[in-house]
Design a protein around this ligand. Structure first.
Ligand code: AHM
Ligand code: MG
Length: 346
């Protein structure tokens, strides 16, 4: 008997998807397309390493995990950092890069041409989870260079507000590896099929569900929070105002916590703590963590704030600037802002 050819959906690889998105930019040269391919490839390479985490010690030399100089296998975060850099330093698409692992900007080596884009990345986020086989991720942001000409990119090229993002995304190394990205035309998620080595479109046009399911915060630090944040947390727990009472989920890897809330609805927050001089500072990095995820949240119908204003409107002043972050369903993040405005000093 002939089988039915009425398949319900087409299979789309990330390559095809990125190429198809190029139609939004009739003037496109293909540079952004190839840059995104290279990031997807970096993700596959990093995933193939994170999959083997913990094996290096027991397999040792037999697995080739000791390099030619006899040095012990690289730490996973160093490997991820170098993979992102080495895949992108010579392609002629970038003016400059910056990584959460390095204090200063990462110039493109003299011998390679400089391009029109700027790449910022957190190579392996969730570092405290690496040793425990808990999900971790890579986060990236792409800007257009601001400096004129085709010389080396500058620090100013890197310090751009989220509003100027061209693309942003993350790789999540979880039960499966996923790549989620946006170029400002919706958020799309791909799942890696490890047997064929392809990212396949699994979550087109992600929108945060209107009804939130979880709140995510490290409640162990509650004593350090401002009155507004403490009170907002009570609201989420159903103990203040009209809050309904949400269950909590907290992985401690931003990508994993963000991704779950993106698909289930909810809010993640890492509030500021009162530091020296009474100033509130957050833990998360504006450039490497908050800005790219804020762009994705907004594209998925959500919102990200530092408690006072939209993260995408914060003007960066330093590469490693830290910021309080509230991100997820728009109404929950706006409610956090209301509490902070009402109970905290400006
Ligand atoms: P990292 O860049 O050193 O990994 O720190 C960022 C991580 C986030 O992934 C996570 O949301 C947060 O730090 C967890 O911090 P804490 O352990 O204080 O809850
Ligand atoms: Mg990080």
């Amino acid at each position: 008997m002939a089988h039915s050819l009425k398949f319900t959906s087409k299979i789309t690889t990330i390559e095809r998807h990125i190429l198809e998105e190029q139609r939004f930019y009739p003037e496109a040269t293909g540079d952004l397309t190839y840059l995104l391919y290279d990031i997807a490839l970096a993700g596959k390479i990093i995933a193939s390493h994170t999959n083997r985490a913990g094996l290096a010690e027991i397999l040792g030399q037999a697995s080739g995990e000791v390099n030619i100089q006899g040095e012990v296998v690289q730490k996973m975060d160093v490997f991820a950092d170098q993979t992102m850099y080495r895949l992108n330093d010579h392609t002629g698409r970038l003016a400059v890069m910056a990584s959460e692992e390095h204090e200063d900007i990462l110039p493109i080596p003299d011998e390679f041409p400089k391009g029109k884009y700027v790449l910022l990345f957190d190579p392996l986020d969730g570092s405290s989870n690496i040793d425990f086989n808990v999900s971790i991720g890579t986060i990236f942001s792409i800007f257009r260079r601001k400096s004129e000409g085709d010389g080396p990119g500058t620090l100013e090229d890197c310090l751009q507000p989220g509003r100027d993002l061209v693309a942003a995304g993350y790789l999540l190394y979880g039960a499966s590896t996923m790549l989620v990205y946006t170029t400002g035309h919706g958020v799309h998620g791909f799942t890696l099929d490890p047997s064929v080595g392809e990212f396949l479109l699994s979550h087109p046009y992600i929108q945060i569900p209107a009804k939130p399911k979880y709140y995510s915060v490290n409640q162990g630090y509650e004593r350090k929070w401002s009155p507004g944040v403490q009170r907002f947390t009570k609201y989420l727990q159903g103990m203040d105002g009209d809050g309904k009472g949400l269950p909590a989920r907290y992985v401690g890897s931003l990508v994993a916590d963000f991704h779950r809330n993106l698909l289930s609805g909810g809010i993640y927050y890492y509030p500021g703590e009162v530091a020296d001089g009474g100033k509130l500072t957050g833990k998360l990095r504006l450039m490497y963590e908050a800005i790219p995820l804020a762009f994705i949240a907004e594209q998925a119908g959500g919102y990200a704030s530092n408690g006072w204003i939209n993260i995408l409107d914060v003007q960066p002043t330093e590469l490693h600037q830290r910021v309080p972050l509230f991100i997820g369903n728009r109404d929950l993040v706006e409610t956090a802002e209301v509490y902070i405005r009402k109970y905290d000093e400006g």
